[in-house]
Design a protein around this ligand. Structure first.
Ligand code: OAD
Length: 249
């Protein structure tokens, strides 16, 4: 499948509201210097134990350790810049407002910074804080009032702040997964960029789109677990292929 053929599919999809759904994963931000989760050599999970760092149980057991790990990742996100792939999506969104629905598994803010404000965030936002449990003093949830610390805590009840990401064993935000499934069912074309397809329910969205009649194109330098859901596999990186696919449309 050539780039030109996929560009034709994108051009047709862009004529309809919600015609193009884009699902992104950690590989989308790899060329911005944010490590992926599973790439064997550089992935985060090759150096750390996910159960310890990305679960409520792990956070309760070692709150300072987990908070500090997230603080380091937050610094990495703040220092990173959108790459050419993020920029190509942002530019396309400006040219075709309403026709692209962007669904991301990433917890960084690089899509927003490249000009896609209203994306669906399946796994939360690493730069946001929320309370670990219900807070006696702040039932309406205002983490800004927390007392500084690692992690910050409620002065009254001791409740801790935690990063606003989805951890292992937690449900995805219902509104986000509902919106993502609706987008998958309605789109004419789904572009799947930089995900291993190993984590559900996000991994099911490409199959959902295909079952509802959409074309599915995967952009990834390596094989993924959902390659079987796609009609077209483009082997290459997000920062190289997205400008080639989207620029000028
Ligand atoms: P993974 O780390 O599992 O997969 C990254 C994918 O990106 C792999 O398929 C790589 O081949 C591909 N890749 C690497 N560099 C790339 C590049 N420059 N351009 C395009 N693709 C590239 O990341 P995800 O699939 O996003 O969940 O992982 C899904 C979820 O697993 C994450 O959202 C996270 C983790 O547990 C939560 O935080 C809840």
């Amino acid at each position: 499948m050539s780039i030109e053929t996929v560009r034709r599919l994108i051009r047709v999809a862009a004529d309809e509201p919600g015609g193009l759904a884009v699902l992104t994963g950690a590989g989308m931000s790899a060329e911005s210097g944010i490590p992926t989760f599973r790439d064997a050599m550089t992935g985060m999970w090759s150096k750390f134990d996910p159960a310890e760092l990305a679960s409520e149980q792990g956070f309760r057991a070692r709150p300072q350790h987990v908070w500090d790990w997230y603080a380091e990742r937050r610094e990495g996100v703040r220092a990173a810049l959108p790459n050419a792939g993020h920029r190509a999506l942002g530019d396309f969104h400006r040219r075709h407002p309403g026709s692209m629905v962007l669904i991301t598994q990433n917890v960084d803010n690089l899509h927003q910074r490249a000009g896609v404000p209203g994306m669906i965030r399946l796994h939360g936002d690493i730069l946001a804080d929320r309370w670990l449990g219900p807070c006696a003093r702040h039932p309406a949830c205002s983490p800004t009032e927390a007392v500084a610390g690692r992690p910050p805590r409620c002065a009254d009840c001791g409740n801790l702040l935690r990063p606003g990401v989805v951890w292992f064993g937690e449900m995805l935000p219902p509104a986000a997964i509902d919106a993502a499934e609706l987008a998958a069912r309605r789109c004419r074309l789904m572009l799947v960029v930089g995900t291993s397809g190993a984590v559900w329910p996000a991994a099911g969205l490409a199959g959902e789109a295909r079952r509802h009649g959409a074309s599915v194109v995967i952009v990834n330098p390596e094989a993924s677990e959902i390659d079987g859901d796609a009609q077209h596999l483009l082997r290459g990186t997000a920062a190289t292929l997205l400008p080639a696919l989207l620029d000028g449309l």
